[in-house]
Design a protein. Structure first.
Length: 244
């Protein structure tokens, strides 16, 4: 007897209940997974002739997923890394479905058995000490914007924070006393405390005082903002870094 697990219903519950609620994954992860399903659904309708509103989960197959991955590489010219990210999203969905629909466990296991592709690891580029010194000298510290940029660059250099981690920082995440530390919330909501050097702490202290961010009422304010006083975006930080 054909399984009646609605594909549309499972996808909806996966995003609204499982990822956002049960797993409490980050917003960026949800956006990444959502993009995967947008591409996947376009493929299902255009190349496989499916009507999403009428699909059942067992309309999928291991072979169909493999064909989709091949489509990503050949038609969309995705890198192996991107291909693997899309696969990770679909496998996460399969893990959810095997819990919600135990009678689909065999199909889920077949999807979960698809291997990621190995990609060549790129050579890590780095700056010499002299190049790093030159970089730190670029912001015009005679202007408030330049002093903010220097604080951002120093903090990124000192903590090895991801750009999104920098964007998410609040005043309460920074300690600039005798033992300066930054509290970072990374992927999978994993947190870590990273010690800061005294020069970085000094620049941050000056930045925080200059912008009146050291009062208790502002503990939950964003550490870095754009000229409109709004939270920095990843593209905004990337623009600043590219400029220097």
């Amino acid at each position: 007897m054909r399984n009646r697990c609605s594909y549309a219903g499972l996808v909806s519950a996966y995003f609204s209940v499982y990822l956002a609620g049960t797993k409490n994954v980050s917003t960026n992860t949800i956006y990444s997974y959502r993009d995967t399903f947008v591409i996947f659904h376009g493929y299902l309708e255009k190349y496989c002739g499916f009507k999403l509103e009428k699909m059942l989960f067992n309309d999928l197959s291991r072979e169909l997923i493999l064909e989709f991955l091949q489509y990503l590489e050949t038609e969309r010219k995705c890198s192996i890394s991107s291909r693997n990210q899309r696969l990770a999203a679909l496998k996460s969905f399969a893990k959810y479905v095997q819990i919600e629909c135990p009678d689909e466990m065999i199909l889920c296991q077949r999807i979960l058995s698809i291997d990621s592709k190995k990609a060549a690891k790129p050579t890590v580029q780095y700056l010499s000490n002299q190049q790093t010194d030159i970089l730190m000298e670029q912001p015009d510290i005679s202007t408030p914007k330049g002093r903010r940029d220097l604080a951002m660059i120093l903090l990124l250099y000192d903590s090895a924070a991801r750009v999104q981690e920098l964007c998410d920082l609040r005043i309460c995440d920074i300690r600039i006393d005798s033992l300066p530390v930054v509290h970072l919330l990374g992927k999978g909501r994993k947190s870590r405390d990273v010690p800061l050097t005294k020069p970085c702490a000094q620049v941050l202290r000056q930045y925080i005082c200059e912008n009146n961010l050291d009062i208790p009422e502002r503990r939950n304010d964003q550490l870095f903002t754009n000229p409109q006083g709004k939270k920095l975006t990843r593209s905004g930080v990337s623009y600043v870094l590219a400029k220097y």
